[in-house]
Design a protein around this ligand. Structure first.
Ligand code: ADP
Ligand code: MG
Length: 234
């Protein structure tokens, strides 16, 4: 049984006079300690897949199974509880509270995570901020940070609860080379040493190359799939 399985999921967006078939019949599985990259051009459905994997969007068809259990039939409260217990999520737009401090932003998921005692919060926030190199900015409001610093804060926030699955949507797009390497080394260390399951959307082939598996999306469908990118483009 996989930690996470997406079984033939599809999603369309319908608006005033348009319909976009964003994801068509997508399947994949993710195991503990495994890293999978999703690559593909802009608009190919990568973020939509990630949002369905993270129980943020409901698929129109197909199933998302978490530890073998289908998430579709659950009510909102139960889905929300499952999401908090199982996923750290780095969203493409960071989704930080601009006027609040770095400390409070990183703390946010801890407030919803029922199993982590309050007395652990501070230590966890310090540890996550140190691992992303933002520990000297904890008192600063997010609005005063650079793009790269914001991105690192959003990653620290996704790691603070140590959930078993990490979903990351282009988590290094705003980082310079040395920060990118520092962040990715840390994420792969979590995969290797703590068995975190990483599902990462990236444009960066050097990151995809380090993952166990690469899935290439084109127009919402899987174009190519392989154990490492050399197999998919070579
Ligand atoms: N909420 C939405 N409403 C309407 N269309 C959407 C919505 N979200 C995504 N789309 C469309 O679905 C397609 C896939 O989007 P997305 O998953 O964001 O692609 P990617 O992350 O690969 O750039 C795009 O054509 C996009 O415009
Ligand atoms: Mg996207």
């Amino acid at each position: 049984m996989s930690l996470l399985e997406l079984r033939n999921i599809s999603k369309s967006f319908v608006g005033n006079g348009y319909r976009v078939n964003a994801v068509k019949n997508f399947s994949m599985s993710l195991e503990q300690g495994e890293s999978v990259a999703i690559i593909g051009p802009s608009g190919s459905g990568k973020s939509t897949v990630l949002n369905m994997a993270g129980l943020i969007l409901q698929p129109d068809a197909g199933e998302v199974l978490l530890n073998g259990k289908a998430a579709e039939s659950l009510n909102d409260a139960r889905r929300c509880a499952l999401r908090n217990a199982n996923y750290g999520f780095v969203t493409q737009d960071y989704a930080l509270l601009e006027d609040d401090s770095v400390y409070n932003n990183i703390r946010l998921p801890l407030l919803y995570h029922k199993a982590i005692p309050r007395k652990e919060h501070k230590e966890r926030i310090l540890r996550a901020s140190c691992s992303l190199g933002v520990e000297d900015k904890l008192r600063r409001p997010v609005s005063k940070l650079s793009g790269g610093e914001r991105q690192r804060v959003s990653i620290a926030r996704a790691l603070v609860c140590d959930q078993p699955i990490l979903l990351a949507d282009e988590p290094t797009g705003a980082l310079d080379q040395s920060n990118k390497e520092m962040v990715m080394d840390h994420l792969f260390k979590l995969v290797r040493e703590q068995g975190v399951a990483l599902l990462i959307v990236t444009h960066d082939l050097s990151i995809a190359e380090r993952c166990d598996k690469v899935i290439e999306l084109v127009s919402g469908s899987i174009m190519n799939e392989g154990d490492r990118i050399r197999n998919t483009i070579g």
